[in-house]
Design a protein around this ligand. Structure first.
Ligand SMILES: C[S@@+](CC[C@H](N)C(=O)[O-])C[C@H]1O[C@@H](n2cnc3c(N)ncnc32)[C@H](O)[C@@H]1O
Length: 284
């Protein structure tokens, strides 16, 4: 497969808000999400009038790479830069300063595009996101990129968006970054983090009864996530659609990027992107 678009796009510091630097492993994330944005739009542009990109954890969109003295465009600006663009963009971000910087950058570089900026907790403003997609009518398909640092993503948020129509998801499951380290906190009855993350209030039972060992916590959450997506009609037979992203320099696994589509074509596109963008891919 020969594709021309390179999602790794270096930029100059423009003086607006920059987030904390991220590790160079983020480039894998940008390659996969950007690659999918491109193949998705190129592949279905004649089939749907409306193609919507939703970024629930958008950030400020210029991001410094640790130790590399370079700044890259991150997810929302990558999605705007693809050769066959989406017809509508919805960017959500909790921090006012970040969404303001994103708006300046996106409007400056893409004045002609239809972009909505929503400030707030994605788990709450998801109803506004859905309303905007619904307005577009039946010839609509969406790609939703979900990129949280932690486990503050409610499964209900994904469920609500999935019910709006045809939606593919790429979800960063921050399991190794967050879940493993905090199991002792999550297991206490006061913590609702996992209950909300997998929409399952009785998840502790399996650990208490000894059916699942603490060492299997990550696998347990990842499997439950797949089960939840299956119940929503997503095809998750192909486990190869959950690449693991490692911080090679620390010999450490960080997170899974889990792809979900109801359409076999979506799964085929994502498999192609993995082969093309990631040479050595560790599969879940
Ligand atoms: C890992 S960064 C993602 C940045 C960007 N997507 C990228 O490609 O690098 C997560 C972002 O989500 C924001 N955030 C955290 N919790 C949020 C929430 N509940 N709703 C919306 N945004 C949130 C943070 O401020 C941060 O900018």
């Amino acid at each position: 497969m020969s594709r021309k678009f390179n999602p790794i796009i270096q930029v100059e510091n423009d003086g607006f808000k920059l987030p904390e630097p991220v590790g160079s492993w983020s480039e894998k994330k940008y390659s996969l999400m950007g690659g999918y944005c491109e193949i998705f739009n190129a592949g279905i542009k004649n089939k749907f009038t409306n193609r919507v990109y939703v970024d629930l954890f958008a950030g400020a969109e210029y991001v410094p790479i640790k130790g590399k003295n370079k700044i890259l465009k991150s997810s929302a600006l990558i999605s705007l830069s693809i050769p066959t663009p989406f017809t509508k963009y919805i960017f959500c971000e909790m921090e006012q300063e970040k969404i303001s910087a994103l708006e300046i950058r996106a409007r400056r570089e893409h004045p002609e595009k239809d972009i909505l900026f929503m400030q707030g907790d994605s788990n709450e403003i998801v109803t506004n996101v859905i309303e905007e997609i619904r307005k577009l009518g039946s010839s609509t398909i969406s790609f939703c990129f979900v990129d949280p640092f932690s486990l503050n993503l409610h499964f209900e948020t994904i469920e609500k968006i999935s019910k709006v129509g045809k939606v593919d998801f790429l979800i960063l499951l921050a399991l190794m970054m967050n879940a493993n380290r905090n199991l002792h906190n999550f297991i206490t009855e006061e913590s609702k983090v996992i209950d909300l993350y997998i929409k399952k209030a009785d998840w502790r039972d399996s650990f208490k009864k000894g059916e699942t060992r603490k060492e299997e916590f990550i696998k347990f959450i990842a499997d439950t996530y797949d089960e939840n997506m299956k119940k929503l009609g997503y095809k998750v037979k192909n486990e190869g659609l959950k690449p693991k992203v490692d911080a090679d320099e620390y010999n450490l696994s960080l997170y899974y990027l889990a792809f979900y589509s109801k359409n076999p074509l979506g799964n085929k596109f994502f498999s192609e992107i993995q082969k093309y963008h990631i040479d050595q891919q560790t599969l879940f």
